[in-house]
Design a protein around this ligand. Structure first.
Ligand SMILES: Cc1cc2nc3c(=O)[nH]c(=O)nc-3n(C[C@H](O)[C@H](O)[C@H](O)COP(=O)(O)O)c2cc1C
Length: 268
Protein backbone atom coordinates (compact mmCIF):
# COMPACT_ATOMS: atom_id res chain seq x y z
CA UNK A 1 0.00 0.00 0.00
CA UNK A 2 2.86 2.38 0.84
CA UNK A 3 4.30 2.46 -2.71
CA UNK A 4 0.89 2.82 -4.30
CA UNK A 5 0.14 5.75 -2.03
CA UNK A 6 3.47 7.43 -2.80
CA UNK A 7 2.74 7.15 -6.53
CA UNK A 8 -0.72 8.60 -6.11
CA UNK A 9 0.77 11.41 -4.07
CA UNK A 10 3.19 12.29 -6.89
CA UNK A 11 0.34 12.35 -9.40
CA UNK A 12 -1.82 14.51 -7.20
CA UNK A 13 0.90 17.08 -6.75
CA UNK A 14 0.92 17.98 -10.47
CA UNK A 15 -1.21 21.10 -10.80
CA UNK A 16 -0.96 20.90 -14.62
CA UNK A 17 -2.87 17.67 -14.38
CA UNK A 18 -6.12 19.56 -14.52
CA UNK A 19 -5.21 21.17 -17.82
CA UNK A 20 -4.35 17.98 -19.69
CA UNK A 21 -6.85 16.75 -22.25
CA UNK A 22 -9.08 14.04 -20.81
CA UNK A 23 -7.37 11.15 -22.60
CA UNK A 24 -3.89 12.23 -21.44
CA UNK A 25 -4.94 13.05 -17.88
CA UNK A 26 -5.29 9.34 -17.18
CA UNK A 27 -8.46 9.78 -15.16
CA UNK A 28 -9.70 6.51 -13.78
CA UNK A 29 -13.15 7.78 -12.84
CA UNK A 30 -15.61 7.79 -15.67
CA UNK A 31 -18.39 10.31 -15.80
CA UNK A 32 -21.51 8.51 -14.65
CA UNK A 33 -24.89 9.60 -15.91
CA UNK A 34 -27.40 9.73 -13.04
CA UNK A 35 -31.05 9.84 -14.03
CA UNK A 36 -33.38 12.12 -12.09
CA UNK A 37 -34.76 10.07 -9.18
CA UNK A 38 -32.17 7.27 -9.50
CA UNK A 39 -31.20 5.31 -6.39
CA UNK A 40 -28.42 6.68 -4.26
CA UNK A 41 -25.05 5.37 -5.35
CA UNK A 42 -22.52 3.67 -3.09
CA UNK A 43 -20.71 6.88 -2.10
CA UNK A 44 -23.92 8.77 -1.43
CA UNK A 45 -25.30 5.85 0.58
CA UNK A 46 -22.16 5.80 2.69
CA UNK A 47 -22.71 9.45 3.64
CA UNK A 48 -26.44 8.95 4.21
CA UNK A 49 -26.03 5.92 6.48
CA UNK A 50 -23.16 7.16 8.68
CA UNK A 51 -24.27 7.84 12.23
CA UNK A 52 -22.47 8.90 15.35
CA UNK A 53 -21.73 5.88 17.53
CA UNK A 54 -21.54 6.26 21.29
CA UNK A 55 -21.37 2.63 22.41
CA UNK A 56 -18.36 0.51 21.58
CA UNK A 57 -17.21 -3.06 22.06
CA UNK A 58 -14.08 -3.54 24.16
CA UNK A 59 -12.35 -5.19 21.17
CA UNK A 60 -9.57 -2.98 19.86
CA UNK A 61 -9.47 -1.80 16.22
CA UNK A 62 -6.52 -3.37 14.33
CA UNK A 63 -3.62 -0.97 14.05
CA UNK A 64 -3.41 -1.25 10.27
CA UNK A 65 -6.98 0.02 9.91
CA UNK A 66 -6.12 3.14 11.88
CA UNK A 67 -3.12 3.75 9.62
CA UNK A 68 -5.32 3.20 6.61
CA UNK A 69 -7.93 5.76 7.64
CA UNK A 70 -5.25 8.30 8.55
CA UNK A 71 -3.82 7.78 5.06
CA UNK A 72 -7.25 8.59 3.61
CA UNK A 73 -7.27 11.63 5.89
CA UNK A 74 -3.92 12.74 4.51
CA UNK A 75 -5.49 13.12 1.08
CA UNK A 76 -8.09 15.60 2.30
CA UNK A 77 -8.13 18.96 0.57
CA UNK A 78 -7.00 21.96 2.63
CA UNK A 79 -6.70 25.62 1.81
CA UNK A 80 -3.41 26.21 -0.04
CA UNK A 81 -2.70 22.51 0.68
CA UNK A 82 -1.39 23.70 4.05
CA UNK A 83 -2.67 20.61 5.93
CA UNK A 84 -2.82 22.41 9.28
CA UNK A 85 -3.06 19.34 11.54
CA UNK A 86 -1.34 16.59 13.44
CA UNK A 87 -2.88 13.44 14.82
CA UNK A 88 -2.50 11.86 18.24
CA UNK A 89 -3.72 8.27 18.41
CA UNK A 90 -4.57 7.12 21.93
CA UNK A 91 -5.15 3.46 22.65
CA UNK A 92 -3.77 3.40 26.19
CA UNK A 93 -6.68 2.64 28.57
CA UNK A 94 -5.14 4.61 31.46
CA UNK A 95 -4.57 7.63 29.27
CA UNK A 96 -8.13 7.49 27.94
CA UNK A 97 -9.51 7.15 31.46
CA UNK A 98 -7.42 10.13 32.57
CA UNK A 99 -8.67 12.26 29.66
CA UNK A 100 -12.25 11.32 30.51
CA UNK A 101 -11.75 12.15 34.16
CA UNK A 102 -10.18 15.52 33.38
CA UNK A 103 -12.90 16.55 30.90
CA UNK A 104 -15.65 15.48 33.32
CA UNK A 105 -14.08 17.56 36.10
CA UNK A 106 -13.91 20.57 33.74
CA UNK A 107 -17.60 20.11 32.86
CA UNK A 108 -18.41 20.04 36.57
CA UNK A 109 -16.43 23.22 37.12
CA UNK A 110 -18.05 24.96 34.14
CA UNK A 111 -21.50 23.80 35.06
CA UNK A 112 -21.07 25.04 38.64
CA UNK A 113 -19.81 28.38 37.38
CA UNK A 114 -22.60 29.13 34.91
CA UNK A 115 -25.66 26.97 35.65
CA UNK A 116 -27.64 29.56 37.61
CA UNK A 117 -30.82 27.46 37.40
CA UNK A 118 -29.28 25.19 40.03
CA UNK A 119 -29.62 27.92 42.69
CA UNK A 120 -32.81 29.35 44.32
CA UNK A 121 -34.45 32.39 42.72
CA UNK A 122 -33.16 35.62 44.27
CA UNK A 123 -30.17 33.99 46.00
CA UNK A 124 -26.77 35.67 45.80
CA UNK A 125 -25.31 32.52 44.28
CA UNK A 126 -27.89 32.65 41.48
CA UNK A 127 -27.22 36.32 40.74
CA UNK A 128 -23.44 35.77 40.67
CA UNK A 129 -23.71 32.66 38.46
CA UNK A 130 -26.10 34.41 36.08
CA UNK A 131 -23.65 37.26 35.53
CA UNK A 132 -20.87 34.70 34.99
CA UNK A 133 -23.11 32.99 32.41
CA UNK A 134 -23.68 36.35 30.66
CA UNK A 135 -19.95 36.93 30.52
CA UNK A 136 -19.31 33.44 29.08
CA UNK A 137 -22.06 34.04 26.55
CA UNK A 138 -20.40 37.20 25.29
CA UNK A 139 -17.02 35.42 25.06
CA UNK A 140 -18.24 32.16 23.53
CA UNK A 141 -21.88 32.27 22.34
CA UNK A 142 -21.58 28.95 20.49
CA UNK A 143 -20.58 27.10 23.63
CA UNK A 144 -23.48 28.72 25.49
CA UNK A 145 -25.99 27.29 23.04
CA UNK A 146 -28.51 25.09 24.89
CA UNK A 147 -27.22 21.89 23.24
CA UNK A 148 -23.59 21.98 24.44
CA UNK A 149 -24.78 23.46 27.72
CA UNK A 150 -27.19 20.57 28.29
CA UNK A 151 -24.44 18.10 27.36
CA UNK A 152 -22.03 19.84 29.76
CA UNK A 153 -24.57 19.44 32.58
CA UNK A 154 -25.21 15.81 31.64
CA UNK A 155 -21.46 15.05 31.66
CA UNK A 156 -21.07 16.83 34.99
CA UNK A 157 -23.91 14.74 36.43
CA UNK A 158 -22.46 11.47 35.04
CA UNK A 159 -25.36 11.00 32.59
CA UNK A 160 -23.27 11.35 29.42
CA UNK A 161 -19.67 10.48 28.62
CA UNK A 162 -17.01 12.51 26.87
CA UNK A 163 -15.10 9.79 24.99
CA UNK A 164 -17.82 7.14 25.22
CA UNK A 165 -15.34 4.43 26.38
CA UNK A 166 -14.02 4.05 22.84
CA UNK A 167 -10.92 1.82 22.63
CA UNK A 168 -9.23 4.26 20.21
CA UNK A 169 -9.41 8.03 20.18
CA UNK A 170 -7.82 10.11 17.43
CA UNK A 171 -7.17 13.62 18.68
CA UNK A 172 -6.79 16.17 15.89
CA UNK A 173 -4.43 19.00 16.70
CA UNK A 174 -4.95 22.15 14.67
CA UNK A 175 -2.07 24.35 13.56
CA UNK A 176 -3.34 27.88 14.15
CA UNK A 177 -0.81 29.18 11.62
CA UNK A 178 -2.67 27.46 8.81
CA UNK A 179 -3.90 29.36 5.78
CA UNK A 180 -7.45 30.73 5.76
CA UNK A 181 -9.68 28.93 8.25
CA UNK A 182 -7.81 25.88 9.62
CA UNK A 183 -10.94 24.69 11.46
CA UNK A 184 -12.58 24.00 8.09
CA UNK A 185 -9.60 21.89 7.03
CA UNK A 186 -9.96 19.95 10.30
CA UNK A 187 -13.60 19.25 9.48
CA UNK A 188 -12.64 17.90 6.09
CA UNK A 189 -9.75 15.73 7.25
CA UNK A 190 -11.95 14.34 10.03
CA UNK A 191 -14.71 13.57 7.57
CA UNK A 192 -12.27 11.63 5.40
CA UNK A 193 -11.17 9.60 8.44
CA UNK A 194 -14.73 8.99 9.62
CA UNK A 195 -15.96 7.93 6.21
CA UNK A 196 -13.03 5.54 5.77
CA UNK A 197 -13.88 4.02 9.19
CA UNK A 198 -17.55 3.78 8.19
CA UNK A 199 -16.58 1.87 5.06
CA UNK A 200 -14.89 -0.80 7.28
CA UNK A 201 -18.02 -1.08 9.46
CA UNK A 202 -16.38 0.76 12.35
CA UNK A 203 -18.19 3.31 14.48
CA UNK A 204 -17.03 6.85 15.13
CA UNK A 205 -18.14 9.97 16.91
CA UNK A 206 -16.73 13.48 16.73
CA UNK A 207 -15.85 14.79 20.18
CA UNK A 208 -15.96 18.56 20.41
CA UNK A 209 -15.64 18.29 24.20
CA UNK A 210 -12.05 17.15 23.65
CA UNK A 211 -11.21 20.88 23.40
CA UNK A 212 -11.43 20.97 27.18
CA UNK A 213 -8.00 19.30 27.21
CA UNK A 214 -6.50 22.60 26.02
CA UNK A 215 -7.22 24.03 29.47
CA UNK A 216 -4.68 21.75 31.11
CA UNK A 217 -0.94 22.43 30.66
CA UNK A 218 -0.31 18.82 31.75
CA UNK A 219 -2.58 17.36 29.12
CA UNK A 220 -1.22 19.71 26.46
CA UNK A 221 2.26 18.51 27.28
CA UNK A 222 1.31 14.83 27.39
CA UNK A 223 -0.42 15.01 24.02
CA UNK A 224 2.35 17.08 22.45
CA UNK A 225 0.24 20.20 21.92
CA UNK A 226 3.00 22.68 21.24
CA UNK A 227 2.65 26.45 21.16
CA UNK A 228 0.87 27.13 17.88
CA UNK A 229 -1.28 23.99 18.04
CA UNK A 230 -4.48 23.29 19.91
CA UNK A 231 -6.75 20.31 20.41
CA UNK A 232 -9.39 20.99 17.81
CA UNK A 233 -11.53 17.86 17.81
CA UNK A 234 -11.25 14.18 18.55
CA UNK A 235 -12.76 11.14 16.90
CA UNK A 236 -13.85 8.15 18.98
CA UNK A 237 -13.35 4.93 17.14
CA UNK A 238 -14.30 1.31 17.70
CA UNK A 239 -16.59 -1.56 16.86
CA UNK A 240 -20.17 -0.41 17.42
CA UNK A 241 -22.38 -2.19 19.92
CA UNK A 242 -25.63 -3.12 18.21
CA UNK A 243 -26.79 -1.48 15.04
CA UNK A 244 -27.11 2.25 14.66
CA UNK A 245 -30.65 3.48 14.02
CA UNK A 246 -31.79 2.47 10.56
CA UNK A 247 -33.79 5.59 10.06
CA UNK A 248 -32.27 8.69 8.51
CA UNK A 249 -31.57 11.27 11.17
CA UNK A 250 -33.79 14.30 10.98
CA UNK A 251 -32.15 17.26 9.25
CA UNK A 252 -33.39 20.75 8.58
CA UNK A 253 -34.32 21.59 5.02
CA UNK A 254 -32.23 24.61 4.28
CA UNK A 255 -33.36 27.34 1.98
CA UNK A 256 -31.57 27.31 -1.38
CA UNK A 257 -31.26 30.44 -3.48
CA UNK A 258 -31.01 29.43 -7.15
CA UNK A 259 -29.96 31.87 -9.88
CA UNK A 260 -30.54 30.80 -13.48
CA UNK A 261 -31.85 32.29 -16.73
CA UNK A 262 -31.96 35.75 -15.22
CA UNK A 263 -34.20 34.56 -12.39
CA UNK A 264 -33.73 33.98 -8.70
CA UNK A 265 -35.76 31.19 -7.14
CA UNK A 266 -35.96 30.25 -3.48
CA UNK A 267 -36.22 26.52 -2.98
CA UNK A 268 -36.74 24.39 0.09
C1 LIG B 1 -17.62 19.00 15.21
C2 LIG B 1 -18.52 18.05 15.95
C3 LIG B 1 -18.39 17.88 17.32
C4 LIG B 1 -19.18 16.96 18.00
N1 LIG B 1 -18.98 16.74 19.33
C5 LIG B 1 -19.64 15.75 19.96
C6 LIG B 1 -19.33 15.43 21.32
O1 LIG B 1 -18.50 16.06 21.98
N2 LIG B 1 -20.00 14.38 21.88
C7 LIG B 1 -20.90 13.63 21.21
O2 LIG B 1 -21.42 12.67 21.76
N3 LIG B 1 -21.24 13.92 19.92
C8 LIG B 1 -20.61 14.94 19.29
N4 LIG B 1 -20.88 15.23 17.96
C9 LIG B 1 -21.86 14.39 17.24
C10 LIG B 1 -23.17 15.16 16.91
O3 LIG B 1 -23.95 15.23 18.06
C11 LIG B 1 -23.88 14.39 15.78
O4 LIG B 1 -23.08 14.42 14.63
C12 LIG B 1 -25.24 14.98 15.44
O5 LIG B 1 -26.12 14.87 16.52
C13 LIG B 1 -25.86 14.30 14.23
O6 LIG B 1 -25.97 12.90 14.43
P1 LIG B 1 -25.28 11.83 13.48
O7 LIG B 1 -23.78 12.09 13.51
O8 LIG B 1 -25.64 10.48 14.02
O9 LIG B 1 -25.78 12.04 12.09
C14 LIG B 1 -20.14 16.19 17.28
C15 LIG B 1 -20.28 16.37 15.90
C16 LIG B 1 -19.48 17.27 15.24
C17 LIG B 1 -19.61 17.40 13.73
Amino acid sequence: MGAAMAKQSAQLQMPEDQELPEEEAGRDAEIVEIADGADWNVVERAFLTRRSIRKFKKKQVPEHLVHRMLEVGRFAPSQGNCQPYKFVVIREPELLAGMEEYCVSECRRLSGAIDYTAYPEGSLKRIATKSAARLFNSLDPNMMHPIPLTATRAIAAGRFMVFHRAPTVIVILMDNHGIGVPAIDIGIVGTNIIMAAHSYGLGTCWIGFSKLLNRSPQWRERLGVTERFEVSEAICLGYPVGKPAESEIERATHEIAWFENGEKKILG
